[in-house]
Write a protein that binds this ligand. Structure first.
Ligand code: GLN
Length: 540
């Protein structure tokens, strides 16, 4: 049976609970234990798929097609594991399942209540996700004191009395604010949030304190005293140079040893080398020369909207010993055309809706005509096809039926299987699908194999009817999902690096194994950075 570690948050949101949970996971994995992580999201949405990226950051997609919170991306990246739909528990999903069991008559005679029915449903999901792992880390979203997260906290509380005392521990991540006027760190909000946790019946075993300034021994003693934990269980978490430094910061204060002791576990080995060498490479890359990469999208106000993409590009930068200088270009803004002239590589990322679509198509044209390395992702590939049809095949009114239902040239069209879909939630083409790569294509060369699997999230596709016409003029389909005859990758002949994909490769890039597509794109951009200046004038 798995041991459980619950991670809760106090005082304010956005403290980095997900990073703390993932960092603890990385450390325990280094001890030779098998670790999985689960996120509890207290919102009523059944999944994150129907939420705008500007509200919650990107929607992370798993191999098995779950649309989740971006924290699951951190879990995969930190632990180098593959998570799935069992690793995300939303209040919406829990209530939906309890209500449908009630309708089926499974609780006949009973009044269905939050305790025990909702909490039992939550606990069943904890156990399901934990099967086969030594350790299950469960991050509870929201802040202690919120109404929404109460059923999750209650379920977490019950896990200790339900089982042996040493099978469950609680880590509380909290904030120690600094008041500049009195030059003081304040512990009161932490005391209050721990009290709140106690009211619910949870006694935290470890307190992780987010702080801008180092905590003195005196402050640590005070927190320990008021929160009833040993002094060494007060862990300081200052702002780190990068999120990947957090495991190190926690390790230096012995968090892993304390957890092992509390859970009565023995270390099987200590294997931290790979992680620390990645962190050293990351630190060194800050002083390296830069390559300028544009992300031409429309969610530029919230960088978390492109989290996995940025991470994948950074990981490829580190692998190629170069710094990435990002420029987030809002394609709806008129200045973007001037800004795009200065870059070494262009990414048009995924997206929905027609806002900024013409700007994205113009961006592709610029990359194509000026030999700038170009990577199109999902909507980015669809834009590449539209641009090529309009400007090379001369089908001036070519478009996607997502944006113009009446276009005479439906070069991007809704997939057959999507035509009958009525409900929006969870109905896109989601998760990992196989893709066969064309011999002697750039795609095949990059992946070094002829079959791959990548993750999808879309309803529209490059209309196969236009594949031959495009190929004749130089835009070849280099990847295909054979079973359904869906074009998955296109690339330009006679261009240094122009590749667009219907899937989201960014979801599979990991710090310890950067993704071949991003790797190759960054190498092409480095090459480009050496020749820039010789570029044609920008005209669209
Ligand atoms: N809106 C497009 C579609 O549904 C692209 C989706 C995406 O970029 N993830 O096909």
């Amino acid at each position: 049976m798995s041991k459980f570690i619950f991670v809760t948050g106090g005082v304010v949101s956005s403290l980095g609970k997900g990073i703390t949970a993932a960092s603890v996971g990385r450390l325990l994995k280094s001890h030779g234990l098998s670790v999985t992580i689960v996120k509890c999201d207290p919102y009523i949405n059944v999944d994150a798929g129907t939420m705008a990226p500007l509200q919650h950051g990107e929607v992370f997609v798993t191999d098995d097609g779950a649309e989740t919170d971006l924290d699951l991306g951190y879990y995969e990246r930190f632990l180098d594991i593959t998570v799935g739909r069992d690793n995300i528990i939303t209040a919406g999903k829990v209530y939906q399942s309890v209500i449908s069991k009630e309708r089926e008559g499974k609780y006949l005679g009973q009044t269905v209540q939050v305790i025990p029915h909702i909490t039992n449903e939550i606990k069943e999901r904890f156990f399901k996700a934990s099967k086969g792992y030594d350790i299950t880390i469960i991050e509870i979203g929201g802040t202690v004191g919120d109404i929404e997260s109460l059923p999750f906290l209650e379920a977490a509380r019950q896990m200790r009395p339900d089982r042996n005392h040493n099978d469950t521990i609680y880590i509380h991540v909290t904030l120690i604010p600094y008041l500049s006027s009195s030059d003081e760190l304040k512990t009161k909000p932490t005391q209050h949030s721990v009290n709140k946790l106690r009211e619910i019946g949870i006694d935290p075993d470890i307190i992780v304190c987010r702080t801008e300034k180092s905590l003195s021994r005196e402050i640590k003693n005070k927190i320990a005293l008021f929160c009833s934990v040993p002094q060494e269980a007060v862990i300081e978490a200052p702002n780190a140079p990068s999120i990947y430094h957090v495991p190190d910061i926690l390790k230096k204060q012995g968090i892993n040893e304390q957890i092992m002791m509390l859970l009565r576990l023995r270390s099987k080995k200590w294997d931290y080398e790979e992680w620390s060498s990645y962190v050293s490479k990351l630190t060194e890359s800050a002083n390296r020369p830069s390559v300028k990469i544009a992300i031409a999208g429309k969610y530029t106000q919230l960088k978390d909207s492109y989290k996995s993409l940025v991470e994948a590009l950074e990981q490829a930068g580190i692998a190629n010993e170069i710094n990435i200088d990002f420029s987030f270009l809002d394609v709806q803004h008129k200045n973007f055309q001037t800004d795009i002239k200065k870059v070494d590589g262009i990414v048009v990322p995924g997206g929905f809706g027609d806002r900024g679509i013409e700007g994205k198509i113009d961006t592709v044209k610029f990359a194509r005509e000026n030999n700038i390395p170009f990577l199109g992702i999902c909507l980015g590939m669809q834009c590449a096809v539209i641009e090529f049809a309009r400007n090379v095949l001369n089908l001036k009114k070519a478009h996607s039926t997502e944006f113009n239902k009446k276009t005479p040239h439906k070069v991007v069209d809704i997939m057959e299987a999507q035509k009958t879909v009525k409900e929006k939630g969870g109905t896109m083409r989601l998760g990992a699908y196989s893709c066969a790569l064309k011999p002697s294509s750039l795609a095949k060369k990059i992946y070094g194999k002829s079959a791959i699997k990548e993750r999808h999230r879309h309803r529209y596709e490059f209309n196969p009817k236009y594949m031959t016409a495009c190929a004749k003029k130089g835009l070849i389909t280099s990847g295909i999902h054979k079973k359904m005859n869906l074009p998955e990758m296109v690339e330009l002949k006679n261009h240094p690096w122009f590749l667009a994909v219907q899937f989201h490769p960014e979801f599979k890039s990991r710090p310890l194994s950067s993704h071949p597509l991003f790797d190759s794109f960054i190498r092409a951009s480095i090459k480009q950075s050496k020749t820039s200046g010789k570029r044609k004038e920008f005209k669209i």
